[in-house]
Every structure is written in structure tokens, then in C-alpha cells.
Design a protein around this ligand. Structure first.
Ligand code: ZN
Length: 605
């Protein structure tokens, strides 16, 4: 069989360069096309990784140079000579995100989609990889779920992926990282922590084990992988994650990890656990249960699908829910988080215009390319999708007297599409998801799907929550920083508000987004404006809120601002902030049986 063999090594940590070779034992007759993906699955934006390839040359088996010609933004034609073709190239790697590649004195990281050229026509062949230590110091190790064929665990060595799709779905971490091992339902798992930290490793292992076991049992043993890695880059300030079939690449802030001797759960740590839970859930929901648009991924162009809400939104719904079912978040805290999510969705002006299906389909050009008008024109298929998940779950539970739930639908999808994905490679068509939900639950949900997915607007959750014993409060915001979630017994009337988002820029207030129908819009503010004075008195980031409150509602106050270098003057109407602010709480007394089952609470009857 034709043979593909890559070697990769850190060529220069100082210049952030990986050196890669690719030997093609049987190149195509005449010329061989090779290419790099233009995007990475899980992150729906054309990123053009090929721009980081510095040099590319090729020789045949006798060492004679072969002509190399660029044929597209990410592809090359390499003349075929005598015998095998050997390509050599360098890749610049200095992006700290989980999406590309990174190399410096402290660590290395790469996704195959940034470093391994695909060989046209041979994508389904086995892809062999040798990871060499290059200019790394002694003590550097290798962490990846690429199947190993030679070398010791955590050592440099040889690996082999079944095909190109697999090759680019196992990211690799290099460095002197910590390894925190645990087993979940008997399957080896490890957290790889690279970067400086003082985290409580035992606690991390214990908490992640609880989440992983809850999820494996949710979909049913055995787990769909034989090992799993959380590849975690710890930095001063960072957040992000990308899912893969047997691993995830995460970036987190040092301060979010728990310290030894501190049993409390900070908001930052809960966010880290939520992120880990999210990416882990994707091992089932998007890496194996897939939309047809991703089966297979076409890495040379956008792969739009109207189903992203089901893969990102429902994964967002389950990520925090799994923390409750694992006992890591108590129901009151969960309801607070839910209240914050509902508040943020309700306050998004774009929910009046964009449906969830449109948000999914246009992710490539809208959600991933946000600008100053995005809050007015978009909804997030993550947060709004998670609320549709909640609406769907509670609707199914109440209409079937808790005999069925969204869990039933997820399990049906897993049985039909996920469990055998490795063999069948079949994805869900754009219309099949809804049909399977109706079939699995025995309910006619077509009108609900029409309203929640194809029309703008937020699902009505208050009546559904009331049915299972959760009270709903919609109150005025109690301060400019009130993001909802907390119940207020006797809320006061809202404060005056600007209705614009801003940032502090050199000690000045710089407007970043102006919300539709807000006082800021009525005063003519635009993104980029620097606020100077209100009523002739200087405005600062520290006094903006209190100054706004000092004028009576209904009055109009002179506002000075700079747009570029021009001073503009207008009247700001002083209005009460009536933006929705949602809080939830449990009704007193014994939990409703549906609620207890939904949150996985132990009941005593
Ligand atoms: Zn996700």
C-alpha cells in the first residue's frame, strides 16, 4: 500500500519554527497535489493555516529537486520524479490559541491541520508520524492521543493515524508538563497541565473523574475512546477550548484552577469545569454524532449547517447540567447560572431578527466575524441554543409525564448515528434531527421546532419552569453590573442607563457597541466614540454610572464626545433601565419529581 510518513521536530524554539518532512512513497503520476486545511473543525472560520508555511521544497528518491508550484491559497502541485517524493517545509508557530500551533522556549503545541499537508487522493491511507525532539531540552515530553506505534508513553516516538481526518484530530503538546492521571469507568484519562501553576492536582482529578463518569454513563458504557486527554495550557489570562475525538485542547487562567487546601469552588473554577464538561460532551455530540455537513469535513471550504444549535447549543445546555448531575454544582447555583444565561439572551437585541437556524448557518460570516453591530443583529447559537435545549427538555418531560426527555433524544441519536460512526461515517441530514426527536419521544414537536428554530425570539421558559417548581423573577437591573441570576426580594426601580457597551482606553471611556433603541443610540453615539463630559463636567470610567444617576429621569443632558479627532455635542435622554433581568429559585418544599430527575437529585421515596 502507498505509504505516507511525516516527521516533525521543533527546529528553532527561538524562531518559533517546526520543521516537517513528508515522504510520499507512491506520488501521483506526473504531479502530486498537496494542501493544508483552510479551517479547523470546531472553529467555524476560514483561517488559512497555509500562510504560516515558510518554505516548501521537494526532492525525489535520488535527491533530485522537484518543481513545486502553488495552485491555490492552500495547495501546491509537486512534480513527480523517480520513486518516492520527499517534501520539506517549515511552519511558523506562535499562536497561543487552541486552534493552530505554538512553539517557544517553554512549550510546543500543534494541531495537525496547521502542520501536516494532505496528500490528494491518499487521504484514506494510514498516516505515519515521527515526532522528534529537535532543539528541545532533555526532559521535554509528548502528550497526544495519536495512536503510538513506537516509543515510551509520554516520550518522543512514532505514531500512526488511520487516515488524514484522524491525523488532524489528535493535537500534540510538547514540554515539561504535569500529568494528572485518573480512570473514568475504567478508561485511562489524564489532564496535561503546561505552564506555571499551583493547582490542587488531586482535586482536579477527582472533579473531572466525576464529570467524565457521569457523561460516559449518560451515553452508556463503554466510552467511545480507549483513552482521553485534557491538554491544558495554563496562562495568566486566557480561556478557550476545542474538541477532538479522544482529547480536548484547553487554555485557562492560572487563577481559575483550585489551590491546595481550598475546598471552595470559585466562579473561575466552575467555569473551567464547565468548559471541560463542554468539550468532553462533544466527544459524543459533534465528533461522533455529526451533521451530514461534517461527514466528512471538507477542509478546503466553509461547511455551513443549520444544525449548529444542536451541536453547540445542546452541548452548552448539557455542560453545566452535567456538573449538577455529578454533584459538583448545587441546584441553587445552577439556577443562578441559568438566570444569567436567560438574562444575556433576553437582552440581546439581535434575537428580534435572527433565528437560531440562521445563526447556525451564518456562523462562518457572522458569529465568528463579530463587529460593533453584532449584539443588534445576531443571536448566539451557544446561549440561545442552550435555552432551546432547556425548553425542549422540559416540554418533553411535562408532555410525557417524565417518561421521556431530551436525554431520550440524545441517546436515540447516539444509537442511530454516533455509536457506529467509525464504521459508517454517516451524518444527520438537516431535517433528520427534528424527525428523530419526534420519533424518539412519540410527541409532535413540529410547531415547537418551527417557533424555536426558524423564527426569531426566545422560547417561553417561565411557564415550563413553573410546572416543575422553579419560580421566575423578571426585575429591573439593580446596578449597571447586574447580570441577573440572583433573586432580589424587593427590587428597586431601574437606574438610568446608557445602553452602550464600553471599554477603558487610556483612562477614557471608549464606546464599543451601541444597542438599538437605547439612550446612547438616541444621543447619536457610535462605536469608537470617546466620552468626554456630561453636562459640562468631565466623565471618567469611575464616575460614569454615578453621574448618570444624578439627573432626573426624563431630562436631557448635554453630552460631549470625540469621534476620531472631532468634538461632537448632543443631548443624552435620561431613561430608566428596563432591560430584562431574570432570576430563578426553587419553590419551597419537596422538589417536584420532574425537577429531581432532571437535575439528578436523590429522592427519598
Ligand atoms: Zn462547543
Amino acid at each position: 500500500m502507498a505509504h505516507l510518513h511525516y516527521t516533525i521536530s521543533p527546529h528553532s524554539r527561538d524562531a518559533h519554527l517546526f520543521e516537517v518532512t513528508l515522504e510520499i512513497s507512491q506520488p501521483a503520476k506526473g504531479a502530486q497535489i498537496v494542501s493544508l486545511p483552510r479551517w479547523i473543525p470546531g472553529s467555524y472560520l476560514m483561517r488559512e493555516f497555509a500562510r504560516h508555511i515558510i518554505s516548501l521544497s521537494a526532492v525525489d528518491s535520488r535527491g533530485a529537486a522537484l518543481a513545486v508550484e502553488k495552485t491555490g491559497m492552500s495547495s501546491w502541485r509537486v512534480a513527480t520524479g523517480k520513486g518516492a517524493t520527499r517534501l520539506s517545509y517549515r511552519v511558523y508557530a506562535f499562536d497561543l490559541s487552541v486552534r493552530t500551533a505554538y512553539l517557544d522556549q517553554t512549550r510546543g503545541f500543534f494541531n495537525g491541520s496547521s502542520v501536516f499537508l494532505a496528500v490528494s487522493g491518499q487521504e484514506m491511507h494510514p498516516h505515519q508520524v515521527t515526532i522528534l525532539s529537535g532543539d528541545c531540552p532533555n526532559g521535554w515530553k509528548v502528550a497526544t492521543t495519536l495512536p503510538r506505534t513506537h516509543g515510551k508513553r509520554w516520550g518522543f516516538g512514532e505514531f500512526c493515524a488511520d487516515n488524514y481526518d484522524a491525523l488532524v484530530d489528535h493535537p500534540v503538546e510538547l514540554g515539561e508538563f504535569d500529568v494528572v492521571k485518573f480512570k473514568a469507568c475504567g478508561v485511562p484519562h489524564a489532564v496535561i497541565l503546561s505552564g506555571r501553576h499551583q493547582a490542587d492536582l488531586k482535586r482536579l482529578a477527582r472533579d473531572l473523574k466525576a464529570i467524565c463518569e457521569t457523561q460516559i454513563r449518560f451515553f452508556g458504557e463503554p466510552a467511545p475512546f480507549s483513552e482521553y486527554l485534557f491538554l491544558t495550557a495554563v496562562v495568566g489570562d486566557g480561556y478557550g477550548g476545542l474538541e477532538h475525538r479522544d482529547s480536548t485542547a484547553l487554555i485557562c487562567s492560572r487563577g481559575d484552577l483550585p489551590l491546595p487546601d481550598d475546598a471552595s469552588t470559585s466562579a473561575g473554577y466552575r467555569q473551567f469545569l464547565g468548559l471541560s464538561s463542554h468539550e468532553y460532551f462533544h466527544s459524543w455530540n459533534v465528533k461522533r454524532i455529526k451533521p451530514a455537513a461534517f461527514a466528512p469535513y471538507q477542509l478546503d471550504k466553509e461547511n455551513p449547517t443549520r444544525l449548529l444549535w444542536a451541536f453547540e447549543g445542546l452541548t452548552s445546555y448539557y455542560d453545566d447540567l452535567m456538573l449538577v448531575r455529578s454533584g459538583l454544582t448545587d441546584p441553587a447555583t445552577y439556577l443562578q447560572q441559568l438566570g444569567e444565561t436567560i438574562t444575556s439572551v433576553w437582552r440581546t437585541p439581535g434575537q428580534r431578527w435572527q433565528s437560531l437556524e440562521d445563526a447556525s448557518f451564518d456562523a462562518w460570516t457572522k458569529y465568528y466575524r463579530q463587529d460593533e453591530n453584532s449584539p443588534n443583529s445576531l443571536v448566539s447559537y451557544y446561549t440561545q441554543g442552550s435555552l432551546v435545549g432547556l425548553a425542549l427538555d422540559l416540554t418533553i418531560r411535562t408532555r410525557t409525564n417524565n417518561q421521556k426527555s431530551l436525554d431520550t433524544v440524545m441517546l436515540a441519536l447516539w444509537e442511530q448515528f454516533g455509536r457506529h460512526w467509525d464504521k459508517r461515517g454517516e451524518g444527520i441530514s438537516e431535517t433528520a434531527w427534528e424527525r428523530i426527536a419526534c420519533d424518539a419521544t412519540g410527541l409532535d414537536l413540529r410547531a415547537d421546532f418551527q417557533r424555536w428554530l426558524r423564527e426569531p425570539g426566545v422560547p417561553e421558559l417561565a411557564p415550563l419552569l413553573a410546572t416543575i417548581g422553579v419560580e421566575w423573577q423578571n426585575r429591573p437591573p439593580q446596578s449597571a453590573s447586574d447580570k441577573g441570576g440572583s433573586w432580589v426580594e424587593q427590587p428597586k426601580a431601574g437606574n438610568a442607563f446608557l445602553g452602550a457597551r464600553h471599554t477603558t482606553d487610556n483612562g477614557q471611556i471608549r464606546i464599543t457597541h451601541v444597542l438599538n433603541d437605547s439612550p446612547a443610540e438616541q444621543a447619536g453615539l457610535a462605536a469608537g466614540d470617546i466620552l468626554v463630559a456630561l453636562d459640562g463636567l468631565r466623565l471618567t470610567p469611575a464616575n460614569l454610572e454615578s453621574r448618570l444617576q444624578s439627573y432626573p429621569v426624563g431630562s436631557r443632558v448635554t453630552l460631549h464626545r470625540f469621534r476620531r479627532d472631532e468634538l461632537l455635542t448632543s443631548k443624552l435622554p435620561i431613561k430608566t433601565n428596563i432591560q430584562p433581568t431574570i432570576a430563578l429559585r426553587l419553590t419551597a418544599g419537596k422538589p417536584h419529581p420532574i425537577l429531581a430527575d432532571w437535575l439528578g437529585l436523590a429522592t427519598n421515596d
